[in-house]
Write a protein that binds this ligand. Structure first.
Ligand SMILES: Cc1cc2nc3c(=O)[nH]c(=O)nc-3n(C[C@H](O)[C@H](O)[C@H](O)COP(=O)(O)OP(=O)(O)OC[C@H]3O[C@@H](n4cnc5c(N)ncnc54)[C@H](O)[C@@H]3O)c2cc1C
Length: 460
């Protein structure tokens, strides 16, 4: 325990913001990735940028690791203090200012994505990126992870929506990056380096994000198909027909079984569930939704259901999709979630190959995700935690990651590298003939963080 450091920080920002007892620090040992743990030496709860600056000065002088943390819903061990040090909890920094007149929102790092979205809704706007964990995921972390989500099929991930941010570097230097405008040239765009940096360069204390006007309504389709190729055919057919769905999500049979078992629901489990949202303005919504329905029916679904946004059925279907990972992890003691992204046309082969690896080893790999943007989550599961199962799970995890590499995709689309994907990240760069990029990345890190204190051990 860093007693002296705890006292120094306490004297500077207030002792009540510093946690040092094992019982208080217990929940800071892990994130939503059950396979990784680490012990913080102390935890600091920041309430303002001044608190962050004080911590970054003191930690840098003494070369103590700092792990920024939102709500620890990371799925790669990224928020785990694997080398001890200070966990810097930003969840109390939650101010939100909406500027509808200029089309942006400014939020402190600890506000959740859902809170920010709701605040914008009051003005008839919304924040497009929407991780399934939006009620938990904080803005600072979602930028640090370049999170994607349910509306990714149309709006992509956070990177597309960040206009500016404030960062605090090791040593306490504060930089304002970007500006609240939609077009900007800033020389080399260093702000982009912080998006997806997983807390390894500095601490994001607030961000300015582009928002757009809400549509007036949506129709949600929930259908089942016999196999993944049929699902991809539907998506491609919709796009060919000039229909650009807001949400395109799927759950395979094994995921549906988990949702039913964990939450006592009654979804059919003999096909792949495809959820598609069509949104629009009232006068055109029925016409576009009608065309989308025709196209889905043409592909002969096992079943097709629909509901208007806000109706109980629409909410139930969305909730079920969002419950995929919680259901799987509730039932299994070993859970290693992949985050593969391949070009849409390669999804059928990549999906089938990932599933066949499960059959080869006799294990279940429930798979679900954001299929509209080619991003899916085969999840390596074992009901029992034994040393042998864990070793095998890790081996299978690497084998499944290689499927994305084989099909010209990436091993992480949105969850990041963290602790979990370091080996597959290196293999991916090798396969691209770009292994040397790691050295360039290390040099970028040295520039911002010469003492290597920021979230050490993550990414590379
Ligand atoms: C059920 C479930 C569903 C999920 N669905 C999605 C999904 O659809 N799409 C998706 O992309 N992800 C998803 N995730 C993963 C996760 O929710 C996101 O990565 C989320 O953005 C993390 O937010 P957090 O506040 O919990 O971050 P944390 O877990 O606390 O931190 C994540 C990373 O960000 C760094 N960090 C945190 N705050 C800051 C800061 N202010 N400055 C610099 N670095 C910081 C941390 O050091 C860590 O490396 C899901 C997770 C769960 C459990």
């Amino acid at each position: 325990m860093l007693e002296q450091v705890a006292k120094l920080i306490g004297d500077e920002i207030g002792a009540d913001k510093v946690l040092t007892s094992y019982s208080d620090m217990y929940v800071y040992e892990f994130d939503a990735t059950p396979m990784f743990r680490g012990k913080p030496d102390l935890v600091v709860r920041a309430f303002s940028i001044d608190d962050v600056v004080a911590v970054m000065k003191i930690a840098n002088e003494r070369k103590i690791p700092v792990v920024p943390r939102g709500h620890a819903s990371s799925l790669t061990g990224a928020a785990v203090p694997s080398q001890g040090g200070i966990v810097l909890d930003l969840s109390a920094m939650r101010k939100i200012e909406v500027h509808p007149e200029d089309g942006y929102v400014k939020a402190e790092a600890g506000a959740t994505v859902a809170e920010v979205d709701l605040a914008c809704n009051e003005f008839g706007f919304f924040l497009p990126p929407d991780p399934a964990s939006a009620d938990t995921a904080t803005i600072g972390a979602s930028i640090a992870e370049n999170a994607g989500g349910m509306r990714g099929a149309r709006y992509g991930s956070f990177r597309n929506w960040v206009l500016g941010m404030t960062v605090v570097l090791p040593g306490g230097k504060v930089f304002k990056l970007g500006a609240p405008v939609f077009k900007q040239r800033m020389g080399y765009d260093l702000m982009q380096l912080f998006i997806g940096s997983e807390g390894t360069l500095g601490v994001i204390t607030d961000a300015t994000l582009k928002i757009i006007p809400q549509r007036e309504g949506l129709v949600r389709f929930f259908s089942y198909f016999r196999n993944i190729r049929e699902v991809v055919d539907v998506i491609q057919d919709l796009k060919r027909s000039k229909i650009d769905p807001l949400v395109v999500e799927f759950m395979d049979e094994e995921t549906l079984k988990c949702v039913n078992e964990a939450y006592k629901t009654n979804f059919r489990t003999d096909g792949i569930a495809l959820m598609i949202d069509i949104d629009g303005y009232q006068e055109q919504l029925d016409a576009v939704a009608g065309r989308a329905e025709e196209i889905i029916r043409k592909h002969n679904p096992l079943e097709l259901d629909k509901a208007r946004g806000g109706e109980p059925k629409a909410i139930e279907l969305y909730t079920a999709r969002k419950a995929s990972y919680p259901a799987i992890s509730r039932l299994n003691k070993i859970v290693l979630i992949e985050d593969l992204t391949v070009p849409l046309s390669k999804v059928p082969d990549a999906f089938s190959e990932a599933k066949s690896i499960g059959r080869k080893y006799g294990i279940s790999i429930p798979t679900f995700g954001h299929i509209g943007d080619g991003n899916f989550h085969p999840t390596i599961t074992f009901r029992e935690l034994t040393k042998e199962n864990l070793e095998l799970a890790k081996k299978i995890f690497e084998e499944v990651s290689d499927v994305a590499i084989k099909y010209g995709g990436v091993v992480s689309g949105e969850h990041g590298i963290g602790l979990q994907k370091k080996a597959s990240f290196v293999r991916m760069l090798e396969s691209m003939g770009s292994s040397e990029l790691i050295e360039y990345m290390k040099r970028v890190k040295e520039l911002f963080d010469p003492n290597g204190i920021m979230n050490p051990g993550k990414v590379f």
